[in-house]
Design a binder for this molecule. Structure first.
Ligand SMILES: NC(=O)c1ccc[n+]([C@@H]2O[C@H](COP(=O)([O-])OP(=O)(O)OC[C@H]3O[C@@H](n4cnc5c(N)ncnc54)[C@H](OP(=O)(O)O)[C@@H]3O)[C@@H](O)[C@H]2O)c1
Length: 257
């Protein structure tokens, strides 16, 4: 029987790539984001190139009740979610006190609150059925504090911590939780966050979205707890264990400016 993946943030970047990977493997997809025109075009493309069902659902994940509504809508349609990809997210760049606080709070609502709520409702269904997989998109930003992207880094530290804890809690229940930690990746993220001119994104170490998604997808399917994309990202995140925290923060501050 065909399985179904719910992908948040499927209207751009990594989310679109995840949708293509699930469809190519014969899975049905539920595409979620605000730009429903893009989701509908992608759903059409995936249904015509693969024998799958694809549906587009508009949801603004800054809204408190969006996860519950999504869960209820899928239940009403009789759709069980076998794979949940909590991919929607965004950042902001610059000194914390110069940021619009509503944007920062919305970032926490999307990157943290909605991800937690969606995981809670869909993981519960998966555990009941004794099968299912969750893929949360963290970031290499989640391994240290990040001056000039402070809220974003903190939000991704939460995603990593939550995901690893849940992976341990669901062990042996037929369900897996994976966190993917990409470094800088070619998507709409940097333009939206305003850090496309930062040293990080100008470093020449910006990965292709399709490769990052492919690696994360494979890790989820294998039930791995974590995947860090690329050798440099693996080295830089792991080396943080051996240097003073202040040095990691200094490097992050430089890269974010
Ligand atoms: N690109 C990088 O360098 C990088 C590195 C590490 C981690 N990540 C993480 O990767 C994930 C995907 O980002 P991306 O790089 O693919 O960026 P992207 O191209 O900007 O895509 C972000 C997606 O999130 C959705 N989204 C944003 N706000 C939303 C809201 N309020 N409600 C519903 N959906 C919302 C957007 O859809 P709509 O605007 O249509 O709603 C879009 O589909 C994020 O969690 C990001 O933090 C990215």
């Amino acid at each position: 029987m065909a399985k179904t993946a719910l992908i948040t943030g499927a209207s751009a970047g990594l989310g679109t790539e995840f949708a293509k990977l699930f469809a190519a493997d014969g899975h049905n997809v539920v595409l979620v984001a605000r730009r429903v025109d893009r989701l509908e075009a992608l759903a059409k493309e995936l249904m015509s190139s693969h024998s799958i069902q694809a549906i587009a659902i508009r949801a603004d994940l800054t809204e408190d009740d969006a996860p519950q509504k999504l869960h209820a809508e899928l239940r009403n349609r009789g759709i069980d979610i076998d794979f949940l990809v909590n991919n929607a997210g965004f950042g902001s760049n610059g000194a914390f006190l110069e940021q619009d606080i509503e944007r920062e709070l919305n970032m926490i609502r999307v990157n943290v609150t909605a991800l937690t709520h969606l995981t809670h409702v869909f993981l519960a269904d998966m555990v009941k059925r004794g099968s299912g997989r969750v893929l949360n998109i963290g970031s290499t930003a989640g391994f240290q504090a990040g001056p000039f992207m402070a809220t974003y880094y903190a939000s991704k530290a939460y995603v990593i911590s939550l995901s690893e804890a849940l992976a341990a809690e669901v062990k042996g229940k037929g369900v897996s939780v994976t966190v993917s930690c990409p470094g800088p990746t070619e998507t709409e993220f940097a333009g939206n966050a305003g850090n496309d001119k930062s040293q990080l994104f100008q470093s020449g170490l910006v990965a292709k979205a399709d490769r990052v998604a492919k690696e994360a997808y494979a890790a989820m399917m294998s039930g791995d707890r974590m995947v860090i994309h690329g050798l440099m990202n693996k080295i830089s995140t792991q080396s943080l264990r051996f240097i003073p925290r202040s040095v990691g923060q200094f490097i992050a501050a430089k890269l974010n400016q």
